[in-house]
Design a protein around this ligand. Structure first.
Ligand code: GZL
Length: 328
């Protein structure tokens, strides 16, 4: 009879929230610092991590940093004090991790990164990264626009000579935003049709629906009839922008073509309603791969430095058929 113990360590006075899942006499104790709950994607990522921890019988100490890097650093320091076997985290931004990861290294606690990338002076400060290829997602996004315009012979509205694109960028300094932006821009500059297009405006919406709506409202205020395409770095900002486009009396998905990244259920619903055109999948279901890799590390097995999860692309015409199969 497996002895089951419920461990619930509430956040200490640092404004952090810690929760420990039902912990059996698990083989390993793993501390995980999550960014927050900024998007449908993130909440799906968190749900999958917690469920995978149970499947892998890991004692998970989970911390939600509420979108603040300093909370992630505090949480990692707490994990070190708790002498966890391994530390996992999603770096909210790429830089600023060297010192805290040196503390983990001194404590001989391996670090496994999930989802986003980080930049450190010494690559040995983390063992590996499980995640998503944001550069390729951005590249796929422009390549889709290029082929869509070619196929439909989309013309600029308002008699303009250039097809105007506006961009809602993700969190400033995050690898997801940097990667998608670089991938998009490199594909744009490599295109034989690049002279057809112009980036009219580009601004961060911080990956949230609310800010996506606000920034799109500002784009529309100054360029109501001069926006042909919206590229949003995630679906949540696209969903916010859709509300702004409708409020401005325009038809999202028709007057303004919309492409975004993630592949969450909300954007499938919008595509079914004809309000968005395509989503570039970014898979949040990384929990099993994370814990499998963590156990290999803890057993002294070698693991690849970087592993990407599978990702596809879904256009509006398949949304109705695919939505029931979506897991997030
Ligand atoms: C991408 C991930 C991003 C999602 C957003 O790997 O880090 O963060 O695209 C989420 O929805 O907020």
């Amino acid at each position: 009879m497996k002895f089951k113990k419920i461990l619930l360590s509430l956040g200490i006075g640092l404004g952090l929230t810690f929760a420990t899942t039902m912990a059996s006499a698990a083989e390993y104790k793993i501390g995980f610092s999550q960014i927050g709950a900024e998007s449908e994607w993130r909440t799906a990522n968190t749900k999958d991590i917690k469920e995978a921890a149970k499947r892998h019988d890991v004692n998970l100490i989970f911390s939600d940093a509420q979108q603040k890097q300093e909370n992630q650093i505090k949480a990692i320091r707490t994990f070190i004090a708790q002498k966890v076997d391994l530390i996992g985290f999603v770096p909210i931004v790429e830089t600023g991790w060297d010192n805290i990861l040196r503390e983990a290294k001194r404590a001989k606690i391996p670090v496994l990164v999930m989802d986003r990338d980080l930049k450190v002076s010494d690559p040995s400060l983390f063992v590996a990264k499980i995640g998503t290829d944001s550069y390729t997602e951005g590249k796929k996004a422009f390549e889709w626009i290029d082929s869509f315009v070619n196929k439909t012979q989309l013309k600029p509205r308002n008699g303009r000579d250039k097809i105007n694109i506006v961009v809602l960028e993700g969190t400033v300094g995050s690898s997801a935003a940097t990667g998608r932006g670089n991938g998009f821009n490199d594909a744009f500059n490599a295109s034989a049709n690049k002279d057809k297009f112009k980036i009219l405006a580009s601004q961060t919406g911080d990956f949230t629906r609310q800010k996506g709506q606000e920034v799109m409202e500002s784009f529309l205020k100054s360029n109501r009839n001069d926006i042909d395409i919206l590229f949003a770095h995630n679906d949540d900002m696209a969903l916010g922008a859709i509300q702004a486009i409708e409020a401005a009396g325009l038809k999202p998905g028709k007057d303004i073509i919309i492409i975004s990244c993630d592949g969450v259920k909300g954007i499938f619903q919008a595509m079914i309603e004809g309000k968005s055109n395509v989503t570039i999948e970014c898979n949040p279901l990384q929990g099993d791969l994370f814990f499998e890799t963590a156990k290999k590390i803890l057993k002294g097995e070698s693991v690849p430095k970087s592993v990407f999860v599978e990702e596809g692309i879904f256009e509006a015409d398949v949304a109705k058929e695919v939505l029931p199969t979506r897991k997030y």
